[in-house]
Design a protein around this ligand. Structure first.
Ligand code: FAD
Length: 242
């Protein structure tokens, strides 16, 4: 983790621009693509990476730049490389990823990324995400590999069951939940299970939520207000707008 997550966060607050170069790409499923890149000096400038670290990437479409958030996958500060994983739909970022090939370049700004687990460290993780947040979910599980985690993952396509989940059956429980009623089914599943899993003493729990904006807002309000988890034990950020 280089100079530690906090050091990375401080350096990133300034916001900096980099150009990434594609070195290759893999079609992981029909709707999920991994693109390998060199980092244009990003990881040397930040002194490393932190879990869930994201960049704001600029994609051209219709003659205009569009900025979209993407999560670093397997950042390697020594090699100056990482990958980006794209949940594909219709949009400037997805369209760029579909055609990405070695030699292509893309610009990115580093701003506003950051992540710290609360102290004392959580004894249990509860994670709610989908294909867009899978890279962040995986980086979180990688950061604390022995911490028991329950993951609810919203699926849209049949092939989502074959996505590259970094779950270890010894420590992690993965629930695949089909997206229905614009996320309401996921909310219902979490509400049905989470209180029982938290039990009477939730002081060792940490809840991390990144789904579409409205589902994220609903779940974050539920966990904070109804289940009364303290603010520093809940991290929630909407990853995409339906
Ligand atoms: C901090 C952060 C990190 C992120 N990391 C990643 C990442 O690593 N990988 C990743 O794939 N995404 C990630 N996202 C989400 C990504 O930025 C959005 O999905 C973005 O909208 C995609 O841009 P686009 O140009 O492809 O589509 P847009 O032009 O934004 O949207 C086009 C259409 O597609 C729909 N749409 C957009 N995203 C999704 C989606 N995920 N599922 C279904 N429909 C969608 C929109 O509602 C719209 O109708 C992250 C977001 C944040 C905030």
């Amino acid at each position: 983790m280089g100079h530690g997550w906090e050091g990375v966060v401080l350096k990133l607050m300034r916001g900096r621009d980099f150009t990434f170069t594609v070195t290759g790409a893999e079609q992981v499923t029909d709707t999920f693509r991994r693109v390998h890149l060199t980092d244009g000096g990003l990881l040397a400038a930040t002194g490393g990476a932190h879990p869930t670290m994201r960049v704001r990437v600029w994609f051209e479409q219709g003659g205009k730049p569009h900025q979209r958030g993407y999560t670093l996958v397997d950042p390697d500060p020594e090699a100056g490389t990482f990958s980006l994983e794209f949940a594909l739909h219709d949009g400037p970022a997805s369209n760029w990823a579909r055609g990405a090939k070695a030699g292509d370049t893309v610009d990115a700004t580093l701003q506003g990324t950051g992540f710290t687990l609360p102290e004392p460290r959580p004894g249990r993780l509860f994670v709610i995400g989908d294909a867009a947040s899978l890279p962040a979910v995986n980086s979180l599980l990688d950061a604390v590999p022995e911490t028991p985690a329950t993951v609810w993952f919203e699926t849209v396509h049949a092939s989502d069951e074959r996505l590259p989940f970094r779950v270890d059956p010894d420590h992690h429980t993965l629930h695949l939940v089909p997206r229905r009623d614009a996320g309401a089914h996921l909310v219902a599943e979490v509400k049905a299970a989470l209180p029982k899993l938290l039990g009477a003493d939730s002081s060792d729990a940490y809840v991390w939520i990144a789904c579409d904006t409205s589902t994220t807002r609903t779940l974050a309000a539920y966990v904070r207000k109804e289940l009364r988890l303290p603010r520093d034990r809940v991290q929630a950020l909407g990853y995409w707008r339906p």
